[in-house]
Ligand binder design. Structure first.
Ligand SMILES: Cc1ncc(COP(=O)(O)O)c(C=O)c1O
Length: 355
Protein backbone atom coordinates (compact mmCIF):
# COMPACT_ATOMS: atom_id res chain seq x y z
CA UNK A 1 0.00 0.00 0.00
CA UNK A 2 1.08 3.55 -0.83
CA UNK A 3 2.53 4.99 2.39
CA UNK A 4 2.02 8.65 1.73
CA UNK A 5 1.02 11.43 4.01
CA UNK A 6 -2.06 13.57 4.04
CA UNK A 7 -1.36 17.22 4.71
CA UNK A 8 -4.26 19.00 6.39
CA UNK A 9 -4.98 22.71 6.00
CA UNK A 10 -7.86 23.67 8.25
CA UNK A 11 -10.67 26.04 7.30
CA UNK A 12 -10.56 29.41 9.08
CA UNK A 13 -14.27 29.21 9.97
CA UNK A 14 -16.81 26.40 10.24
CA UNK A 15 -20.37 26.20 8.86
CA UNK A 16 -21.27 23.61 11.48
CA UNK A 17 -23.00 25.90 13.98
CA UNK A 18 -25.25 27.39 11.28
CA UNK A 19 -26.31 24.01 9.86
CA UNK A 20 -29.83 22.80 10.62
CA UNK A 21 -29.47 19.05 11.19
CA UNK A 22 -33.26 18.71 11.42
CA UNK A 23 -33.58 19.78 7.83
CA UNK A 24 -30.92 18.23 5.61
CA UNK A 25 -31.88 18.36 1.94
CA UNK A 26 -30.07 15.52 0.13
CA UNK A 27 -26.71 16.50 -1.34
CA UNK A 28 -26.98 20.27 -1.07
CA UNK A 29 -24.86 20.88 1.94
CA UNK A 30 -21.17 20.09 2.26
CA UNK A 31 -18.79 20.02 5.20
CA UNK A 32 -15.89 22.41 5.81
CA UNK A 33 -13.15 20.39 4.12
CA UNK A 34 -12.45 18.30 1.03
CA UNK A 35 -9.72 15.90 -0.05
CA UNK A 36 -7.84 16.45 -3.27
CA UNK A 37 -5.05 14.58 -5.06
CA UNK A 38 -3.55 15.23 -8.44
CA UNK A 39 -2.40 12.66 -11.00
CA UNK A 40 0.29 13.92 -13.34
CA UNK A 41 3.43 12.66 -15.09
CA UNK A 42 2.12 9.11 -14.71
CA UNK A 43 1.79 9.09 -10.90
CA UNK A 44 -0.45 10.18 -8.05
CA UNK A 45 0.71 12.98 -5.77
CA UNK A 46 -0.05 12.67 -2.06
CA UNK A 47 -3.60 13.67 -1.15
CA UNK A 48 -4.27 16.86 0.78
CA UNK A 49 -7.20 17.95 2.89
CA UNK A 50 -8.04 21.59 2.31
CA UNK A 51 -10.94 23.95 3.06
CA UNK A 52 -14.03 23.21 0.92
CA UNK A 53 -13.87 25.75 -1.91
CA UNK A 54 -14.51 26.24 -5.64
CA UNK A 55 -11.96 24.99 -8.15
CA UNK A 56 -10.66 26.99 -11.06
CA UNK A 57 -9.95 25.54 -14.52
CA UNK A 58 -9.40 26.62 -18.10
CA UNK A 59 -12.55 26.40 -20.32
CA UNK A 60 -10.81 23.67 -22.34
CA UNK A 61 -10.94 21.29 -19.34
CA UNK A 62 -11.20 17.80 -20.90
CA UNK A 63 -13.95 16.60 -18.54
CA UNK A 64 -16.32 19.34 -19.68
CA UNK A 65 -16.02 18.26 -23.30
CA UNK A 66 -15.52 14.50 -23.29
CA UNK A 67 -16.92 13.40 -19.94
CA UNK A 68 -14.02 11.41 -18.49
CA UNK A 69 -15.50 11.48 -15.03
CA UNK A 70 -16.38 8.79 -12.49
CA UNK A 71 -17.72 8.81 -8.95
CA UNK A 72 -18.83 6.75 -5.97
CA UNK A 73 -21.45 7.07 -3.24
CA UNK A 74 -20.78 5.68 0.22
CA UNK A 75 -22.28 6.28 3.64
CA UNK A 76 -20.74 6.60 7.10
CA UNK A 77 -23.02 6.06 10.07
CA UNK A 78 -23.04 7.20 13.65
CA UNK A 79 -22.94 4.02 15.73
CA UNK A 80 -24.89 3.48 18.94
CA UNK A 81 -21.61 3.69 20.92
CA UNK A 82 -20.88 7.15 19.49
CA UNK A 83 -18.17 6.02 17.07
CA UNK A 84 -18.57 6.28 13.30
CA UNK A 85 -18.29 3.52 10.71
CA UNK A 86 -18.25 3.37 6.92
CA UNK A 87 -20.36 0.79 5.07
CA UNK A 88 -18.19 -1.48 2.85
CA UNK A 89 -15.86 1.19 1.41
CA UNK A 90 -13.45 -1.42 -0.02
CA UNK A 91 -16.27 -2.57 -2.32
CA UNK A 92 -16.61 1.01 -3.55
CA UNK A 93 -12.86 1.21 -4.11
CA UNK A 94 -13.02 -1.93 -6.27
CA UNK A 95 -15.94 -0.57 -8.26
CA UNK A 96 -14.29 2.83 -8.61
CA UNK A 97 -11.21 1.30 -10.17
CA UNK A 98 -13.38 -0.85 -12.46
CA UNK A 99 -15.07 2.34 -13.65
CA UNK A 100 -11.65 3.99 -14.00
CA UNK A 101 -10.39 1.12 -16.16
CA UNK A 102 -13.41 1.31 -18.49
CA UNK A 103 -13.02 5.09 -18.87
CA UNK A 104 -9.26 4.84 -19.59
CA UNK A 105 -8.42 6.58 -16.31
CA UNK A 106 -5.70 5.61 -13.81
CA UNK A 107 -6.43 3.39 -10.77
CA UNK A 108 -6.70 5.31 -7.53
CA UNK A 109 -4.52 3.87 -4.73
CA UNK A 110 -6.19 2.37 -1.66
CA UNK A 111 -4.36 4.93 0.50
CA UNK A 112 -5.95 7.89 -1.29
CA UNK A 113 -9.43 6.38 -1.28
CA UNK A 114 -9.69 4.65 2.11
CA UNK A 115 -7.19 6.48 4.28
CA UNK A 116 -8.21 9.76 2.63
CA UNK A 117 -11.85 9.13 3.48
CA UNK A 118 -11.03 8.11 7.06
CA UNK A 119 -8.92 11.19 7.73
CA UNK A 120 -11.53 13.48 6.22
CA UNK A 121 -14.26 11.85 8.34
CA UNK A 122 -12.11 12.14 11.44
CA UNK A 123 -11.69 15.85 10.84
CA UNK A 124 -15.43 16.29 10.15
CA UNK A 125 -16.62 13.92 12.90
CA UNK A 126 -18.99 16.47 14.42
CA UNK A 127 -20.80 16.69 11.09
CA UNK A 128 -21.85 13.01 11.09
CA UNK A 129 -25.60 13.04 11.83
CA UNK A 130 -27.09 10.97 14.64
CA UNK A 131 -30.81 10.91 13.74
CA UNK A 132 -32.53 7.81 12.38
CA UNK A 133 -32.23 7.38 8.59
CA UNK A 134 -29.47 10.02 8.54
CA UNK A 135 -25.84 9.51 7.56
CA UNK A 136 -22.76 11.15 6.14
CA UNK A 137 -22.82 10.71 2.37
CA UNK A 138 -19.29 10.35 1.03
CA UNK A 139 -18.68 11.32 -2.59
CA UNK A 140 -15.29 10.27 -4.02
CA UNK A 141 -14.82 11.28 -7.66
CA UNK A 142 -12.18 11.59 -10.36
CA UNK A 143 -12.14 13.72 -13.48
CA UNK A 144 -9.84 14.59 -16.37
CA UNK A 145 -7.91 17.83 -15.98
CA UNK A 146 -6.02 18.19 -19.27
CA UNK A 147 -6.77 21.61 -20.65
CA UNK A 148 -6.73 20.52 -24.27
CA UNK A 149 -9.39 20.13 -26.97
CA UNK A 150 -9.14 16.71 -28.68
CA UNK A 151 -10.65 13.28 -27.99
CA UNK A 152 -7.99 11.32 -26.10
CA UNK A 153 -7.51 10.06 -22.56
CA UNK A 154 -6.34 12.93 -20.36
CA UNK A 155 -2.79 12.84 -19.01
CA UNK A 156 -3.86 14.56 -15.77
CA UNK A 157 -6.67 13.91 -13.28
CA UNK A 158 -8.03 15.10 -9.96
CA UNK A 159 -9.24 12.64 -7.35
CA UNK A 160 -11.42 14.26 -4.72
CA UNK A 161 -13.66 13.39 -1.78
CA UNK A 162 -16.42 15.65 -0.48
CA UNK A 163 -18.85 14.94 2.36
CA UNK A 164 -22.53 15.77 2.71
CA UNK A 165 -24.61 15.08 5.84
CA UNK A 166 -27.94 13.69 4.61
CA UNK A 167 -31.41 12.58 5.62
CA UNK A 168 -33.71 10.25 3.64
CA UNK A 169 -33.63 10.47 -0.17
CA UNK A 170 -37.27 9.59 -0.80
CA UNK A 171 -40.03 10.35 1.67
CA UNK A 172 -42.71 8.05 0.27
CA UNK A 173 -43.16 4.83 -1.74
CA UNK A 174 -42.29 5.20 -5.40
CA UNK A 175 -44.47 5.26 -8.47
CA UNK A 176 -42.34 3.95 -11.34
CA UNK A 177 -42.57 4.22 -15.12
CA UNK A 178 -41.41 1.19 -17.08
CA UNK A 179 -39.39 2.74 -19.93
CA UNK A 180 -39.83 1.19 -23.36
CA UNK A 181 -38.42 3.79 -25.71
CA UNK A 182 -35.19 5.11 -24.21
CA UNK A 183 -32.34 2.84 -23.14
CA UNK A 184 -29.80 3.28 -20.35
CA UNK A 185 -27.16 0.74 -21.36
CA UNK A 186 -26.33 -2.04 -23.81
CA UNK A 187 -23.89 -4.95 -23.53
CA UNK A 188 -20.38 -3.73 -24.35
CA UNK A 189 -21.25 -0.21 -23.22
CA UNK A 190 -20.58 1.51 -19.92
CA UNK A 191 -23.68 0.54 -17.93
CA UNK A 192 -21.66 -1.12 -15.17
CA UNK A 193 -19.40 1.92 -14.73
CA UNK A 194 -20.35 4.74 -12.39
CA UNK A 195 -19.54 7.38 -14.94
CA UNK A 196 -21.11 10.81 -15.36
CA UNK A 197 -22.45 10.23 -18.89
CA UNK A 198 -24.75 7.42 -17.75
CA UNK A 199 -26.53 9.90 -15.51
CA UNK A 200 -26.55 12.70 -18.08
CA UNK A 201 -28.19 10.39 -20.63
CA UNK A 202 -30.89 9.43 -18.13
CA UNK A 203 -32.05 12.97 -17.42
CA UNK A 204 -34.27 13.55 -20.45
CA UNK A 205 -36.27 10.28 -20.20
CA UNK A 206 -36.51 10.85 -16.41
CA UNK A 207 -37.85 14.36 -17.02
CA UNK A 208 -40.53 12.99 -19.38
CA UNK A 209 -41.52 10.37 -16.79
CA UNK A 210 -41.74 13.07 -14.08
CA UNK A 211 -43.99 15.14 -16.33
CA UNK A 212 -46.30 12.11 -16.57
CA UNK A 213 -46.39 11.99 -12.75
CA UNK A 214 -43.83 9.25 -12.04
CA UNK A 215 -40.97 9.37 -9.54
CA UNK A 216 -38.45 7.22 -11.40
CA UNK A 217 -37.84 5.13 -14.49
CA UNK A 218 -37.39 1.39 -14.51
CA UNK A 219 -34.94 0.74 -17.35
CA UNK A 220 -35.39 -2.26 -19.61
CA UNK A 221 -32.86 -4.18 -21.74
CA UNK A 222 -31.66 -2.48 -24.93
CA UNK A 223 -32.79 -5.11 -27.46
CA UNK A 224 -36.26 -6.31 -26.54
CA UNK A 225 -37.32 -3.76 -23.92
CA UNK A 226 -38.52 -6.80 -22.05
CA UNK A 227 -36.06 -7.56 -19.26
CA UNK A 228 -35.90 -5.44 -16.13
CA UNK A 229 -32.59 -3.64 -15.45
CA UNK A 230 -32.49 -1.00 -12.68
CA UNK A 231 -33.77 2.46 -11.74
CA UNK A 232 -32.02 5.85 -11.77
CA UNK A 233 -29.92 5.45 -8.64
CA UNK A 234 -30.93 2.06 -7.36
CA UNK A 235 -31.07 -1.63 -8.15
CA UNK A 236 -34.45 -3.33 -7.95
CA UNK A 237 -35.85 -6.30 -6.06
CA UNK A 238 -39.19 -8.07 -6.29
CA UNK A 239 -40.85 -10.66 -4.10
CA UNK A 240 -42.49 -13.18 -6.38
CA UNK A 241 -44.01 -16.37 -5.03
CA UNK A 242 -42.24 -15.70 -1.71
CA UNK A 243 -38.80 -15.57 -3.39
CA UNK A 244 -36.62 -12.47 -3.46
CA UNK A 245 -35.54 -11.84 -7.06
CA UNK A 246 -33.24 -9.25 -8.60
CA UNK A 247 -31.77 -8.85 -12.11
CA UNK A 248 -28.41 -10.59 -12.61
CA UNK A 249 -25.24 -8.69 -13.48
CA UNK A 250 -23.89 -10.81 -16.34
CA UNK A 251 -24.74 -8.50 -19.23
CA UNK A 252 -22.68 -5.69 -17.68
CA UNK A 253 -25.56 -3.28 -18.23
CA UNK A 254 -26.43 -2.48 -14.62
CA UNK A 255 -24.45 -1.17 -11.72
CA UNK A 256 -23.08 -3.86 -9.40
CA UNK A 257 -24.74 -2.19 -6.41
CA UNK A 258 -23.15 -2.64 -3.02
CA UNK A 259 -26.53 -2.39 -1.33
CA UNK A 260 -27.80 -4.98 -3.82
CA UNK A 261 -25.05 -7.49 -3.05
CA UNK A 262 -25.45 -6.84 0.69
CA UNK A 263 -29.20 -7.47 0.51
CA UNK A 264 -28.64 -10.70 -1.41
CA UNK A 265 -26.37 -11.96 1.41
CA UNK A 266 -28.52 -10.56 4.20
CA UNK A 267 -31.78 -11.96 2.80
CA UNK A 268 -30.17 -15.41 2.45
CA UNK A 269 -28.95 -15.18 6.05
CA UNK A 270 -32.52 -14.37 7.08
CA UNK A 271 -33.62 -17.62 5.44
CA UNK A 272 -35.07 -16.15 2.23
CA UNK A 273 -34.68 -17.79 -1.15
CA UNK A 274 -32.86 -15.26 -3.37
CA UNK A 275 -32.53 -15.51 -7.14
CA UNK A 276 -30.29 -13.34 -9.32
CA UNK A 277 -31.59 -13.84 -12.83
CA UNK A 278 -33.31 -12.35 -15.87
CA UNK A 279 -36.72 -10.97 -14.95
CA UNK A 280 -39.14 -10.12 -17.73
CA UNK A 281 -41.77 -7.46 -17.31
CA UNK A 282 -44.35 -10.03 -18.51
CA UNK A 283 -43.45 -12.23 -15.55
CA UNK A 284 -44.07 -9.33 -13.17
CA UNK A 285 -47.38 -8.43 -14.81
CA UNK A 286 -48.47 -12.10 -14.64
CA UNK A 287 -47.38 -12.22 -10.98
CA UNK A 288 -49.40 -9.12 -10.26
CA UNK A 289 -52.47 -10.56 -11.96
CA UNK A 290 -52.30 -13.89 -10.12
CA UNK A 291 -51.36 -12.32 -6.79
CA UNK A 292 -47.85 -13.82 -6.46
CA UNK A 293 -46.05 -10.47 -6.89
CA UNK A 294 -46.27 -9.11 -3.37
CA UNK A 295 -43.39 -6.68 -2.95
CA UNK A 296 -41.11 -4.40 -4.97
CA UNK A 297 -38.33 -2.18 -3.74
CA UNK A 298 -35.27 -0.29 -4.84
CA UNK A 299 -31.89 -0.56 -3.12
CA UNK A 300 -28.96 1.82 -3.14
CA UNK A 301 -26.61 3.76 -0.90
CA UNK A 302 -28.53 7.01 -1.24
CA UNK A 303 -32.04 5.52 -1.15
CA UNK A 304 -31.28 2.58 1.23
CA UNK A 305 -34.41 0.40 0.79
CA UNK A 306 -37.23 2.28 -0.96
CA UNK A 307 -40.55 0.59 -1.50
CA UNK A 308 -42.23 0.69 -4.90
CA UNK A 309 -46.02 0.99 -4.75
CA UNK A 310 -46.69 1.52 -8.45
CA UNK A 311 -45.27 0.28 -11.76
CA UNK A 312 -46.75 1.54 -15.01
CA UNK A 313 -46.18 -0.75 -17.98
CA UNK A 314 -48.09 0.19 -21.14
CA UNK A 315 -51.73 0.21 -20.00
CA UNK A 316 -51.15 -1.94 -16.95
CA UNK A 317 -50.67 -0.29 -13.58
CA UNK A 318 -49.18 -2.66 -11.04
CA UNK A 319 -50.33 -1.39 -7.70
CA UNK A 320 -48.73 -2.78 -4.55
CA UNK A 321 -49.55 -2.02 -0.92
CA UNK A 322 -46.37 -0.59 0.64
CA UNK A 323 -47.76 -1.18 4.13
CA UNK A 324 -47.80 -4.92 3.42
CA UNK A 325 -44.20 -5.59 2.43
CA UNK A 326 -42.82 -7.66 5.32
CA UNK A 327 -39.65 -8.79 3.51
CA UNK A 328 -38.68 -5.23 2.53
CA UNK A 329 -39.35 -4.14 6.12
CA UNK A 330 -37.26 -6.97 7.56
CA UNK A 331 -34.35 -6.25 5.21
CA UNK A 332 -34.51 -2.52 5.85
CA UNK A 333 -34.54 -3.01 9.61
CA UNK A 334 -31.75 -5.59 9.56
CA UNK A 335 -29.59 -3.25 7.43
CA UNK A 336 -30.27 -0.31 9.74
CA UNK A 337 -29.43 -2.37 12.85
CA UNK A 338 -26.19 -3.51 11.30
CA UNK A 339 -25.23 0.00 10.23
CA UNK A 340 -25.80 1.67 13.60
CA UNK A 341 -24.20 -1.16 15.53
CA UNK A 342 -27.37 -2.31 17.32
CA UNK A 343 -26.93 -5.74 15.70
CA UNK A 344 -23.58 -7.57 15.49
CA UNK A 345 -21.64 -6.97 12.28
CA UNK A 346 -21.55 -10.67 11.43
CA UNK A 347 -20.52 -10.02 7.80
CA UNK A 348 -17.66 -7.67 8.74
CA UNK A 349 -19.09 -4.88 6.60
CA UNK A 350 -18.52 -1.89 8.86
CA UNK A 351 -15.15 -0.14 8.75
CA UNK A 352 -14.31 2.14 11.66
CA UNK A 353 -14.03 5.70 10.41
CA UNK A 354 -11.30 6.78 12.78
CA UNK A 355 -9.22 3.64 13.28
C1 LIG B 1 -27.45 3.47 -11.58
C2 LIG B 1 -27.34 2.99 -10.18
N1 LIG B 1 -27.74 1.73 -9.87
C3 LIG B 1 -27.64 1.24 -8.63
C4 LIG B 1 -27.15 2.00 -7.59
C5 LIG B 1 -27.00 1.40 -6.22
O1 LIG B 1 -25.66 1.11 -5.95
P1 LIG B 1 -25.07 1.14 -4.46
O2 LIG B 1 -25.91 0.21 -3.66
O3 LIG B 1 -23.66 0.68 -4.59
O4 LIG B 1 -25.20 2.54 -4.00
C6 LIG B 1 -26.76 3.32 -7.84
C7 LIG B 1 -26.27 4.16 -6.76
O5 LIG B 1 -25.15 4.32 -6.54
C8 LIG B 1 -26.84 3.83 -9.17
O6 LIG B 1 -26.44 5.07 -9.45
Amino acid sequence: MHQGTIKITKAATSKLSTTDFNNLPFGRLFTDHMLLAEYKDGAWCDPEIVPYAPLSFDPSLATLHYGQSIFEGIKAFRMKDGSAAIFRPYENLKRFNKSAHRMAMPDVPEFHFIEGMKQLLKLEDKWIPTAEDHAMYIRPFMFATDEVIGVAPSSKYYFMIILSPVGPYFSKPLNIYVEEQYVRAAPGGVGYAKTAGNYAASLYPAKLAKEKGFDQILWMDAFEHKYVQECGAMNVFFVLDGKVITPSLEAGTILDGITRKSIVDLARSLGKVVEEREISIDELVAGYKNGTLTEAFGAGTAVTVSKISGLQYKDTHISLDASKMPIADEIKQSMAALRDGSAPDSFGWMVKANA
